[in-house]
Design a protein around this ligand. Structure first.
Ligand code: ACO
Length: 327
């Protein structure tokens, strides 16, 4: 068995920003309502010329530059996304764009938990010795799937990508201190981006063609789910890692809502100063939010080598999970 080391991180976001004020031209809302209920001030929006693959590729290249590695040494690429350019998968295209010619690449879907699920999946390949170097990307362009007439959801989401490079390491240098992943399909209907079949006759049978419906969310149910399950899964992960909340230098949660971040921190008795938040500038970027927040804080020198970081993702599925690691 091997351990895992984290050797580089990168992010990317589209240049165009939509402010809360901009949204008042679309729906009955206000900057004050959005800021007090969510902490969001603006979100980045991908214009039609930008693809998910491009955003993810830029984030990956930034991580490769920081890690100072040759892309041909990457063995595995996992793209966590719910909004691929192509439902057959977008990871292979990223593989070729970054020149990772030896890497196997595939997409993984776990909505806003996608980055954590991807990180844990990649680490299993490294820990068993199957692969030595992995690239995990979280990227989403939810603006393409939002109902821009629904004020309960359209104010929340933004677009972005983040990426991390993981290396196999000796077990006594393992920087992945613990993880826990969860799913509960009974709550699936509270947050969906679902295919709506339209039955059509075909020769002597019927088939369902159709299209995906925009994001539906029961905000209050998701809020309740997040503030109860996220502290629980982090506590369990800390326990597995033989750590206490006081051992954590930083809490980096999926950036869904400032009130969720505050409530989780409070339940875990983690002081506000240790909670990373960049919601104000990006909104909820789904699978991208954790690596985007990590990359910013690392590049600003806030998160330093050796710091212990507790991360947790949560979202549609429903899925949720935590990974605690040393940077
Ligand atoms: N502007 C103004 N008023 C609004 C808006 C808006 N944008 N949206 C809703 N309202 C109104 C509602 O219509 C309602 O009015 P009513 O009482 O007259 O019916 C009132 O504000 C209160 O609505 P609630 O839904 O109760 O508002 P709440 O305080 O729950 O906040 C929110 C809504 C921000 C969505 C909150 O429920 C939340 O954050 N939930 C968690 C959502 C989340 O984190 N999702 C992401 C996780 S999963 C993923 O990332 C894909």
């Amino acid at each position: 068995p091997f351990g895992v080391n984290f050797i580089g991180i990168g992010a990317a976001a589209p240049p165009v920003a939509l402010s809360n004020h901009d949204l008042t031209a679309l729906v009955e809302t206000s900057d004050e309502w959005i800021q007090t209920r969510t902490g969001i001030c603006q979100r980045r929006i991908a214009t039609p010329d930008i693809t998910l693959t491009e955003l993810a590729t830029t984030a990956a290249q930034n991580a490769i530059t920081q890690a100072k590695i040759d892309p041909t040494t990457i063995d595995l690429i996992i793209l966590a996304t719910s909004t691929p350019d192509d439902l057959f998968g977008s990871a292979s295209l990223i593989q070729s764009k970054i020149g990772a010619s030896h890497a196997v690449a595939f997409d993984l879907t776990a909505a806003c938990s996608g980055f954590i699920f991807g990180l844990v999946t990649a680490s299993q390949y490294l820990q068993t010795g199957t692969y030595r170097r992995a690239l995990v990307i979280g990227a989403d362009i939810l603006s393409r799937w939002v109902d821009w007439t629904d004020r309960r959801t359209c104010i929340l989401f933004g677009d972005g990508a983040g990426a991390m490079i993981l290396d196999a390491a000796p077990t006594n240098e393992n920087a992945l201190l613990g993880f826990e992943l969860r799913s509960d399909g009974k709550l699936n209907h509270h947050l969906t981006l679902a295919f709506q079949p339209e039955p059509q006759a075909l020769v002597h049978t019927k088939i369902a063609q159709g299209k995906y419906q925009p994001i539906y969310m029961n905000g209050q149910e998701i809020y309740r789910f997040a503030v109860t399950q996220v502290p629980e899964v982090i506590t369990k992960t800390l326990h597995r890692a033989n750590l206490t909340a006081a051992d954590m230098d930083w809490l980096v949660l999926h950036q869904a809502n400032q009130r969720i971040l505050d409530s989780v921190a409070q339940r875990l008795e983690i002081p506000k100063e240790k909670v990373i938040s960049n919601l104000a500038n990006y909104g909820n970027t789904s699978a991208a939010s954790i690596p985007l927040a990590l990359a910013e804080s690392i590049n600003q020198g806030k998160i330093k080598p050796g710091h212990v970081i507790a991360t947790a993702g949560f979202g549609a599925g429903l899925t949720w999970g935590s990974a605690i690691f040393r940077w």
